[in-house]
Design a binder for this molecule. Structure first.
Ligand SMILES: [Zn+2]
Length: 174
């Protein structure tokens, strides 16, 4: 089944614009309780976690292509495969390992600072998961680096190469 950019939003998660708006509303609600800087930090973490997709794309292009336009095309192509049985993706900042890391930083270093970032990222992840459930593609994303590794190995064992898929999509986006 092929989705066009109109019927299906780019990237496998909620759109950045929606994150900006919903996160902004959360910031306004939090400000009287947390103060402005903490509410702003929450919002910043909620939005910046999606830099993941940009880094992912830069890495894919071997840091040769910094243009947003081609990145848009690239994710649009990937999006058309969200319902493929063997397709799945990972966004490093959206994984359990990173969340645990941030939590440990809070515990051992600066509790308020890192827990604010933690809750901003958690808020983002919950929004993404609602989006993924809505489009019935919850398992399109690996939620842990270990999970990604295990799933990738099982694909490779069946003769499928997820990296090959991304490479092909990257070539097609030219
Ligand atoms: Zn996201």
């Amino acid at each position: 089944m092929i989705y066009t950019s109109k019927s299906f939003p780019v990237s496998y998660g909620m759109k950045l614009r929606e994150h900006l708006i919903i996160g902004g509303i959360a910031m306004i609600i939090l400000t009287p309780h947390w103060g402005l800087w903490r509410a702003f930090l929450f919002w910043g973490a909620e939005v910046l976690i999606d830099a993941d997709h940009y880094w992912d794309y830069l890495w894919r292009s071997r840091f040769q292509d910094w243009s947003g336009w081609r990145m848009f095309k690239y994710y649009n192509l990937i999006t058309q495969h969200l319902h493929d049985k063997n397709f799945f993706a990972i966004s490093i900042l959206h994984t359990a390992e990173i969340f645990i890391g941030i939590y440990l930083l809070a515990y051992y270093w600066n509790y308020t600072f890192f827990m604010t970032i933690f809750w901003g990222m958690m808020f983002h992840l919950v929004l993404d998961i609602i989006w993924l459930l809505k489009y019935k593609v919850f398992f399109v994303r690996a939620y842990s680096i270990i999970e990604y590794w295990v799933r990738k190995r099982s694909l490779l064992r069946r003769g499928l190469n997820p990296d090959g898929f991304y490479k092909k999509m990257f070539e097609l986006s030219k």
